[in-house]
Design a binder for this molecule. Sequence first.
Ligand code: TYD
Length: 390
Amino acid sequence: MDKIKFLDLGKQPIANGFLTEDEFDDELRYDLSVGVDEDTYLVTHMDYIDPGLIFNDKYAYRGSMSRTMRSHFAEFSYSLRHYLPDNPQILEIGSNDGVFLSNWHQTNTFAVEPCGNFAKETNNLGYKTYNEFWNQGLSEQIAKEQGCMDLVFAANCICHIPDLDSTFKAVHNILSQDGLFIFEDPSLAAMININSYDQIYDEHPHIFSVTALNSILRRNGLSIVRVDNINSHGGSNRIWATKLSTVVPDASVRANMEFESIIGLDSLDTFVKFTSRVHQSKADLVELLQRCKAHNKKVISYGATSKSTTIFNYCGIGTDLIQYITDTTPEKQNKFSPGAHIPIISPDMGFDNTVDFAFLGAWNFADEIKDKEKDFKGRFITHVPIVRIL
Ligand code: TYD
């Protein structure tokens, strides 16, 4: 794969590597830069870091922490039943804390999850969970033990895996002849349109366009038959794929690829312009936070996200500009944010009307947060699509 580099986000820590003070000295940092593959136009990191450094027994991200995502998976599972046989055989790759699995019966639903803490949780819930990374060997083992799958599902997981060819071959191997492979991940078109460069971090070695996926899936015997543009994580694509067959793709496939061509996702120039907007976003955010500081305002951040790890480290924002971060995830509370070392506390302890400004680290849940925090008298700050006070 020949990649052309277009963006350098500097030294970054593990985005979900929330840590204690005694771990500061040994914290890992790596160079994060992004390029585009000349053949497929896949937007991908220039160098991949070892997934074992990210996805292990200490992994802190819980998919079920927002009402938005709980109902997203419940609603989609309900609608999916119409496309599957009775008592379908289902495999989820990257099942996290079971936010999707919990909508399905334990008997025929299987999971793969490399993070031991979460594999244990979903095994305890009765879903047979393989505590391993997804690969061809594991796919063969599961096919032998459980049979082929009517549905292979993955949410915010396929874009986590560096080797896509091997990933898709492993899916092809376990999918029944007319089975569905459905996966959703942040969309490159959305990232370019709303300047959400914070989608780029260690866990997202790729940001997918339909165009790039179409080429890579096809060379591994799979074809896209439908694309849903969904709101998750600031704009995602849900890809429906089957084994290469005579199924006529839905009009959404062509429509998405044409749209991507119109906005230039097959042109280096588009990415070079995106990089200029990222530089501007950094300058504007730092300037705004410095202005708040000069006026003695109390500024915090709302949601200790992986996305904000990219922002704080790329922009050089630390406790000088953001006093602390609030987050509802127990595993993140009373720790420090990766790299920038900003303390994280529960919203019950730190989100009140002494706060003048709250930077939306979890901007993708802005509607849910504004709804929940109606009594907040301060103002929210966001950087998407441009830096501004809401
Ligand atoms: P998310 O945006 O999915 O994070 P990432 O960038 O890592 O993919 O996660 C949102 C984070 O914000 C998660 O840690 C939970 C937290 N959160 C709150 O603290 N309060 C809220 O009201 C919501 C919706 C999320």
